[in-house]
Design a binder for this molecule. Structure first.
Ligand code: GRF
Length: 212
């Protein structure tokens, strides 16, 4: 990614999710309250009855169920083509993964270079992969958090845009820690998108910098 210029046009966002869509909702809310200059051009889910699709419908956002079959954990083959076609037709500038439970393969990544971002419920590079809040609890860390990052070919390895931390309390359960992290996720995703929408973001090596 090269340095981008200030862009007054609303950022066009495609959101991909498999579940409840609370992060999608935080982006919808930030746009609605005027703190994020963006428009959600489509929401796509690989789960036909996912709540994220209901949230999109409730706000008249174009939404699509696109199956990932026959694969269970990745977007590949014909499904990958369908995802690429749908995202391109939407005209999205940025693809936001919000609880999307499938691996993104190279063809999709190469079609949208430096334009796919993800949120992960840990302070990366600690605890990549599934159930990061449980990994944090099992390890015994005292500080946990979330990370918004660009997606690359690795698992949760791309350049970091925003991180937020939360304390881990002695009596935390997986549920209570995940809930505390999610409160920060709902701040972090709109913040990362605000930075991208303003154009004040560049890559220096693998470090995301925010030129004035
Ligand atoms: C979040 O905890 C996010 O960090 C992880 O999946 C969860 C999605 O939650 N990648 P929601 O569907 O946005 O509520």
């Amino acid at each position: 990614m090269t340095e981008q210029q200030h862009n007054p046009e609303p950022l066009k966002i495609a959101i991909l999710g498999s579940g409840s869509g609370s992060n999608c909702q935080s982006i919808i809310d930030a746009i609605a309250d005027g703190t994020l200059n963006a428009t959600i051009v489509c929401v796509i889910s690989d789960v036909d009855d996912a709540k994220i699709l209901d949230r999109a419908r409730a706000h008249n956002i174009p939404c699509h169920y696109i199956s990932g079959a026959p694969f269970k954990t990745k977007i590949d083959g014909e499904a990958e083509t369908a995802y690429i076609d749908c995202i391109q037709a939407s005209g999205a500038d940025v693809i936001v993964l919000a609880g999307f439970m499938r691996i993104i393969k190279p063809r999709l990544l190469e079609t949208f270079p430096q334009r796919i971002i993800n949120i992960h419920p840990s302070l990366l590079p600690a605890f990549p992969g599934l159930h990061a809040w449980k990994q944090a609890l099992d390890y015994g860390v005292k500080v946990a958090g979330c990370t918004v990052h660009f997606v690359d070919a690795g698992t949760d390895t791309g350049p970091i845009i925003v991180q937020k931390s939360v304390p881990v309390l002695d009596d935390d359960t997986t549920e209570s820690l995940h809930a505390r992290i999610q409160v920060q996720e709902h701040i972090a995703y709109p913040e990362a998108l605000r930075r991208i929408a303003s154009g004040a973001i560049a890559l220096k090596g693998r470090t995301v910098v925010h030129p004035a």
